[in-house]
Ligand binder design. Structure first.
Ligand code: F58
Length: 838
């Protein structure tokens, strides 16, 4: 009814019968062919795989956009409270396979493509990854979008449309080389909205005056430079639901058109083009650092540009409803994915006070009730700070607002804790350094009503370390935990269809993909012979697929019957790929000492690594170099043969993860205790029937609790002991583990080529305090790998562990996360996609 009434009379009849959706193979083929022949202007006679991909993608895009329109209409009419997920990163990967599975038409498309002479795998792999993220944080945002749509939450993602995503990695002579990732030459999944454009201001000055009519002080931010934000919308289909949500990405362009014609006509070509390029630079590249804050001006510009455009959009949507401002937090929940969008806090305060004329306190209460903040790290080098002079220059009004927020906050603290004056300096948003710095995490805490960590241990550390004083000030309830999760649609059903189908065959269909706790019913089959056999065959087939990929891309043959030991994630000292490769060297030295007979008894291994190092992170690049150098020697050693192979997979990304994850026997999650906030690949590997070796860190702890201690290989020192150990390295005698000393000796003697290039890596342990406790944990790491070798020898026990573990992974779906956020932080409810006749 509501829909009807709002449609102009003449258009009512047409409503609902406009665009048609294909449902059969023939209809799909017709749509795909139409796109190939018209949209692409290609003849079917020279339709190659790229064209077939494009035709298929465009056919599915049409379908999605029809659902998208209905969803948005439905949300407009129902006008429920919405969630806005602000993330500077969305690591989406490929969209076609996901779209086909979510709308339930992959089989139809497969038959249709086969009619046209194509294989589904070849077509799907034509697509470039949308790689607008670095690692876990960006991928989490992508899983959350999938879950929010699948659970019918009225939710939008807001991000930046980088022209260049995370760089492509090539390995040349064992070294990482970065290649720009220009991914937009054909991207059928975005819809430019040239009509949705917002002007964003930078620089300038603040003028204050007294408004005679109201008697109020008014601040005007003026004389700035304007850059325009243009919206690009990406449809996010839910799994088996009509809900198709929106991811809105902002692209920057010069305001007032392509370039300044005034300047152009007066002969000043260069500066007119330069202005245009300067504007476009804002959304040009994703910063490739993970867990490191570098404080670059362009990064701050990106942050403000995206926050301001998103808030303008959100506020505009709210104002259409004509509700009173105090209703804002009952209509809008904004989640800050780490501190990167923290400028949204002073920006909303600015909109409410300077533009809408609200009183400071009323505005501030709206702000606090609107935002929630998710923290992803307690490591000091990753906590964002911006220099006061830079903020003063780029965003003068925001700096004033931040100072006012800080003043009010410190006055409150002083009143409440009059005897603890030394606390004021500790909790101030402004760090009294030279230059002064704005601590973004503190601003995020103060401007939000809830703060959460991403795994239990991490959330405890958040409460007891970086935000300890704030727990005292606000009470413990403001700080909470939402343990991370992953979408089982992509990370099981799409990446490992055979395992998904095996589970479905026992659970009466694929409903478990929407309620992952149903997996617990799989445990009944742990002793079922046929089930076990099929489970093992699937794992083997997935290993064969990865072995083929390794052969095709690197020319190295690996034995799929060997134990596949995988560590794929960003390269970082805290994640300790160096511990892994030192362990591999130790294994190699041990094998070399054995007789051929002895060697035959050892469980053969393939050690597989993958991951990118930030371009400026020299030590991480040394780790990559060492892994490749070791691989070169070991893989060529005839004496060793299949007993050990060492592989570094180039350019690890989401689509490669979909091939790699289902193929592990063991995967490594071995960060120094207390450093990995959660980790999410640990969940993906276990869900795909692999076991893990890990430290007591992040979500490993909860995975252990769920799947049982006997089904995981834990080792190493505990978080609570890390500080003392580090202290002891400097103030007591440093003892280097004996086996590790032998490894270092081999490296220094040049066993893996130019010893000098590995000096810094070795010295970080021997001479520079071993900050990441590699030596402290080495012995228990090596011993635990021995247990793994033994356990793998008994395949019967091994498969029991794997099946049991899979069946107990229900907790780690991102659907559970989203329900927790919705209930505990956002106070939003799902919206039935079928109401209002949509
Ligand atoms: C990751 N953070 C955590 N940050 O390291 C990981 O434990 C966690 O599982 C994941 O978030 C999801 O909660 C992470 O990926 C970044 O990459 C930032 C990128 C921008 C600069 C600062 C680090």
């Amino acid at each position: 009814k509501a829909v009807e009434a709002s449609i102009p009379e003449g258009q009512r009849e047409a409503y609902g019968q406009s665009a048609k959706e294909f449902t059969t193979k023939d209809e799909f083929e017709a749509e795909a062919v139409k796109h190939i022949e018209t949209t692409l202007a290609r003849s079917l006679f020279n339709c190659d795989e790229a064209a077939a991909y494009a035709g298929t993608a465009l056919a599915f895009r049409d379908r999605l956009i029809i659902e998208w329109n209905k969803t948005q209409q439905n949300q407009t009419f129902a006008n429920p409270k919405r969630v806005y997920y602000l993330s500077l990163e969305f690591l989406m990967g490929r969209a076609l396979d996901n779209a086909m599975l979510n709308v339930g038409l992959k089989d139809i498309a497969k038959e249709g493509l086969s009619d046209l002479g194509f294989r589904m795998e070849d077509i799907v792999s034509q697509e470039r990854d949308a790689a607008l993220g670095n690692g876990g944080l960006g991928r989490l945002a992508a899983c959350f979008l999938d879950s929010m749509a699948s659970l019918n939450y009225p939710a939008w993602g807001y991000g930046l449309r980088y022209k260049y995503g995370i760089f492509k990695q090539e390995i040349i002579d064992g070294y990482q080389v970065e290649i720009p990732d220009y991914w937009l030459d054909f991207n059928p999944w975005e819809f430019p909205r040239h009509d949705v454009a917002v002007d964003i201001q930078f620089y300038g000055n603040v003028r204050k005056y007294m408004d005679e009519s109201t008697g109020k002080q008014v601040s005007v931010w003026e004389n700035g430079e304007i850059v325009t934000a243009v919206a690009f919308d990406v449809p996010i289909p839910g799994y088996q639901t009509a809900t198709t949500n929106n991811l809105r990405l902002w692209s920057s362009k010069a305001s007032g058109g392509e370039f300044d014609f005034q300047k152009f006509n007066s002969g000043d070509y260069e500066s007119s083009v330069a202005d245009q390029q300067r504007a476009e630079t804002i959304s040009a590249v994703l910063y490739p650092n993970d867990n490191l804050d570098r404080g670059k001006e362009l990064r701050l510009k990106q942050q403000y540009f995206w926050c301001a455009a998103s808030l303008f959009d959100i506020v505009r949507r709210f104002k259409k409803s004509k509700k009173a401002w105090k209703e804002f937090p009952s209509q809008v929940a904004i989640q800050l994915n780490d501190t990167h969008p923290t400028l949204a806090i002073p920006e909303l305060q600015r909109i409410l006070v300077d533009i809408e004329g609200l009183e400071w306190d009323e505005a501030w209460s709206i702000v606090q009730n609107t935002f929630g903040y998710t923290n992803h790290t307690v490591m000091p080098e990753a906590l964002e700070k911006w220099s006061v002079p830079l903020l003063q220059y780029l965003l003068p009004r925001h700096l004033q607002i931040i100072y006012d927020i800080n003043l009010n906050f410190l006055q409150y603290v002083e009143r409440t804790f009059p005897k603890e004056r030394e606390m004021l300096g500790r909790v101030s948003i402004i760090e009294e350094s030279q230059p002064k710095m704005v601590r973004m995490a503190y601003l995020a805490v103060i401007g939000s009503h809830k703060v959460n960590g991403v795994a239990e241990l991490h959330s405890d550390l958040v409460r007891t370390t970086i935000f300890k004083d704030f727990v005292k000030i606000y009470g413990p309830d403001k700080f909470t935990n939402v343990t991370n999760g992953i979408t089982p649609r992509r990370w099981l059903h799409q990446a490992n269809p055979r395992l998904s189908d095996l589970i479905a065959s026992k659970l009466g269909g694929h409903d478990f993909l929407k309620d992952l706790t149903m997996l617990n019913q799989v445990e009944k089959y742990v002793d079922d012979k046929a089930f076990r056999k099929e489970f093992q065959e699937i794992k083997y087939a997935n290993k064969v697929r990865l072995a083929k990929y390794i052969k095709d891309t690197m020319g190295v043959s690996v034995n799929p019957a060997a134990l596949f030991d995988i560590q794929v994630k960003r390269i970082h000292e805290y994640k300790r790929q160096q511990l892994n490769i030192f362990g591999v060297i130790h294994r190699y030295l041990t094998l070399k000492k054995m007789s051929p007979e002895e060697r035959k008894k050892v469980t053969p291994r393939v050690s597989i690594f993958g991951g990118k190092a930030a371009p400026g992170y020299w030590q991480a690049k040394n780790i990559i170099h060492l892994i490749n150098a070791v691989g070169k020697v070991v893989n060529a050693d005839k004496e060793i043969g299949d007993a050990l192979k060492v592989i570094f997979l180039e350019d690890y990304n989401v689509s490669k993860a979909e091939i790699i994850t289902p193929a592990s026997d063991i995967s490594e999650h071995i960060s120094t205790a207390g450093t990995e906030a959660s980790g999410t690949s640990n969940m993906k590997f276990v869900l795909n029937g692999g076991l893990i070796i890990g430290t007591c860190d992040g979500a490993n702890i909860e995975i252990t609790r769920e799947i049982g201690e006997q089904n995981i290989f834990l080792f190493g020192n505990l978080a609570e002991d890390v500080e003392d150990l580090r202290h002891a390295h400097f103030y007591s005698e440093f003892h280097l583990d004996d086996d590790l000393a032998a490894v270092f000796k081999a490296i220094r003697e040049g066993m893996f080529g130019d010893a000098e290039s590995f000096t810094a890596l070795v010295n970080s342990v021997t001479d520079h305090g071993d900050y990441y406790l590699v030596s402290d944990d080495f012995h228990s790491y090596v011993e635990t790998h021995k247990l793994i070798d033994e356990a793998y020898q008994s395949q019967e026990e091994w498969v029991t562990k794997c099946i049991t573990a899979v069946s107990r992974m229900g907790f780690f779906t991102s659907d559970r996360c989203i329900d927790e956020y919705a209930e505990m932080i956002w106070n939003v409810e799902p919206l039935n996609p079928k109401v209002n006749g949509a």
